[in-house]
Ligand binder design. Structure first.
Ligand SMILES: [Zn+2]
Length: 441
């Protein structure tokens, strides 16, 4: 925790008592649904088919009657009526910016943004982020980013320069030149994906650049869950000698999650988004503290607002008031994984993220793991493959750690696993998303 002063962007909204905040969300949602129904043929069809009248949405229970939106529907809509599909609420002549999703699977979704959304709504979102991170107009932000069709840091940069920070655009440079530029230009903050930030730190070490001795004091990490994984965050913070913050958003739904200086989870801008957690199988709402799929509704974007959008990201809500004073809910541990990775075993739904979280508590094991799910009816146990954290851990300590993992999984997940301790480096390392679940045929 830090002694840093907490600053708010919109204190009244960010610290609003929950009952009033929910009233605010519901009345904004009604207006937004009315707007969307009028302008978006896609949503008019969906709402009409479900018999939803915007004025009829008066409680959070009513929200649950509204159909979900899947990314695949957006893809289909754009394939059927290229290039924009029929889900958006503006015409191309009203747009000032276009982007496309960077997803590795399937056709990208194109997004256009009006002047109001690009310079107004996004600004508002990123000012929540800026105040959360404790960035001020005296900060100098280095943006190591290749400016193109992917949204990544475009919006963040645009908002930060409007807020008075100095921007150093780091496109078109090698990683080494980026590091030199950061030092030469006295950057105090930098943004990037967790893996790229770690790569930059490694490049600095190899090039004898003293990163912890630089003026960089804040590191903003987005695009992967890394910044909310304790071990990754710790590595980023020690290698940069700076405070690391989680930042979450996507091209389709825009920018909704930021960590505050108290580092107690990732806040959701509830004044601008309605957030829900549902069981990925039954799609029923889950109580706070349970891991489920994050579903988001844009309460403010006017260009391509999405309603009950299934992010397929796993999260767990904490609605207690944060030590920073904000009532905005927090994703406990940030994004915990993908709901597509969920599997059934012995009558239980299991998310790799649950096991990953238990692993974080055992210092004898590294963060690498794999789950081998036996065929149904084979009588075999779920197998957890792990690696020792270092090569100087004794056999008996590993045995104790293994027994502990079996016990804790049995207790928390009600499934008795087998734990296989592999050699260090024995589990596959992959660029990007690791394959954690192996299903036996
Ligand atoms: Zn907070």
């Amino acid at each position: 925790m830090t002694a840093e002063k907490v600053t708010y962007w919109n204190e009244q909204l960010e610290c609003m008592p929950r009952a009033r905040l929910e009233q605010h969300q519901l009345s904004t949602l009604r207006d937004q649904l009315g707007y969307i129904r009028e302008r978006s043929p896609f949503y008019r069809r969906k709402l009409d088919a479900a018999g939803i009248q915007p004025d009829g949405v008066r409680t959070l229970n009513d929200v649950r009657q509204i159909p979900f939106t899947e990314k695949e529907e957006l893809r289909l809509s754009q394939a059927e009526s290229p290039p924009w599909g029929d889900f958006g609420c503006i015409t191309p002549d009203e747009a000032v910016r276009v982007f496309q999703t960077s997803g590795t699977t399937g056709r990208p979704v194109r997004v256009m943004l009006s002047r109001k959304d690009w310079f107004g709504t996004f600004y508002e979102q990123f000012m929540h982020f800026r105040c959360g991170y404790g960035l001020t107009e005296d900060d100098v932000l280095f943006v190591p980013f290749n400016y193109g069709l992917y949204i990544a840091w475009w919006g963040f940069q645009t908002a930060m320069e409007k807020a008075g920070l100095m921007i150093i655009p780091g496109g078109g440079l090698s990683s080494k030149d980026r590091l030199r530029a950061m030092l030469d230009w006295d950057a105090t903050a930098v943004c990037g994906t967790p893996s790229y930030l770690l790569y930059l730190a490694e490049t600095a070490r190899k090039s004898r650049i003293n990163l912890p001795g630089s003026l960089i004091r804040k590191v903003i990490a987005a695009g992967e869950p890394g910044a909310s994984i304790p071990s990754t965050k710790k590595a980023i913070e020690s290698q940069w000698g700076a405070e690391c913050f989680d930042d979450i958003g996507s091209t389709e739904i825009s920018n909704f999650g930021y960590e505050c200086v108290m580092h107690q989870g990732t806040h959701v801008i509830e004044g601008m988004f309605l957030a829900e957690v549902v069981d990925p199988e039954t799609l029923e709402p889950l109580p706070d503290g349970r891991i489920g799929e994050l579903v988001l509704t844009n309460l403010c974007c006017k260009s391509m607002p999405l309603v009950r959008y299934r992010t397929h990201d796993l999260a767990r809500f904490d609605r207690s008031v944060c030590v920073c004073g904000r009532t905005y809910l927090r994703l406990d541990g940030g994004v915990l994984g993908r709901s597509d990775d969920m599997f059934h075993f012995a009558g239980v739904n299991i998310f790799p993220a649950q096991i990953q979280k238990l692993l974080h508590e055992i210092v004898e094991f590294s963060q690498e793991y794999q789950l081998v799910v036996p065929r149904l009816g084979s009588g075999k146990h779920l197998r957890i493959r792990v690696e020792p954290a270092r090569d100087d851990i004794s056999e008996s300590a590993l045995q104790t750690a293994r027994d502990y993992l079996v016990e804790v999984v049995k207790y928390r997940l009600t499934v008795t696993p087998e734990v296989e301790v592999c050699d260090i480096g024995g589990l596959p390392r992959v660029e990007g998303k690791a394959k954690r679940v192996i299903r036996e045929e």
